[in-house]
Design a protein around this ligand. Sequence first.
Ligand SMILES: Nc1ncnc2c1ncn2[C@@H]1O[C@H](COP(=O)(O)OP(=O)(O)OP(=O)(O)O)[C@@H](O)[C@H]1O
Ligand SMILES: [Mg+2]
Length: 369
Amino acid sequence: MEAGMVTPAPALVRFSGIQKTYDGEHLVVKNLDLDIRKGEFITLLGPSGSGKTTTLMMLAGFEVPTHGEIYLAGRPIKNMPPHKRDIGMVFQNYALFPHLTIAENIAFPLSVRKTNKADVQERVGSALRMIKMENLAHRRPGQLSGGQQQRVALARALVFNPQLVLMDEPLGALDKRLREQMQLEIKQLHETMGITVVYVTHDQSEALTMSDRIAVFNDGIVQQIDKPDALYEHPVNSFVAHFIGENNVLAGTVETVDKDYCRVALAGGGTVTARAVNVSGAGASTSLSVRPERIAIVPEGTSSDGPNRLPAKVQNTIYLGDHALAVLDVSGNAEFMVKLQPGAHDSLTHGANVSVTFRPEDCLALDPV
Ligand SMILES: Nc1ncnc2c1ncn2[C@@H]1O[C@H](COP(=O)(O)OP(=O)(O)OP(=O)(O)O)[C@@H](O)[C@H]1O
Ligand SMILES: [Mg+2]
């Protein structure tokens, strides 16, 4: 190595060629290679049954991989029992001990680790301060709200200063408002404590809000691992494009490919230029994906600057407070959505013929759905 070159920090966690089957036939995790950096907040995002919890359980040590190896701080951990891994865990249903007080619940991981009494008292005290619940230390979990119970679960997972914290849908049981508040609190704890977090959710907006990086799972396979903005702007396939954010889909056939762009003949009529993201070449079927906020509605017959302009009929408009949506019929897609400024929907007459335009760079040619 040349002088002055910086060696990247080794991964805190490395999944290497991990496969998992429960029944000996069907692989629920198919070939997982994933590095998690120290201090990172990484989210496993995917639909129900895609293998997120299984992946987390293998890292925690409650499930054994069928193939491959997991490394923690460079050491293989396949044969290391869960309590030796120095990992804190938070689950969806809190899993607090109902017969113990809040303070006793938080102290539990410390007593398992045979921490001395004075230390326990100090650490539990600071954990209670961290979750702002000093005055509730002597209550039992049944006497707390859902959000308070979740805070206690969080404190219990963090009280022994683990090198790694795993959270499996920790906010799933909370209402929207409390969930959003807890998202910010968890994120803040992550930042102030410098811990590494592996977070599981099937809620894409939660993943976008909280994560440094997101691994998108589908059917036991990681489809893409990237920063939130990169996943949104540069999805590698239709699954990722559709799982993250809203999308309009138009089916078509690739006519020509010129470097990064292609011309696509739409099945419902019209031709557009799109970014050639995941197409095999001329003649291939493709799904075009265009985000609702990247489309403009212009009067029918206006001269257009760009190459992408399609006739559209206004079906409906929806007022949503901070924005509005127009639902249009565009090239055979009767639910083509365009995001508008609030109020802009007033000028759209139902049944009116208009045009929609969008830039080629905002139109992605992906694998057919
Ligand atoms: N203990 C088990 N025994 C047998 N099959 C299991 C077991 N746990 C999970 N599975 C199966 O493995 C697959 C992946 O499950 P997993 O719990 O990892 O999914 P998930 O992504 O966490 O889903 P969800 O979002 O619903 O929690 C599913 O098909 C599930 O039915
Ligand atoms: Mg799960």
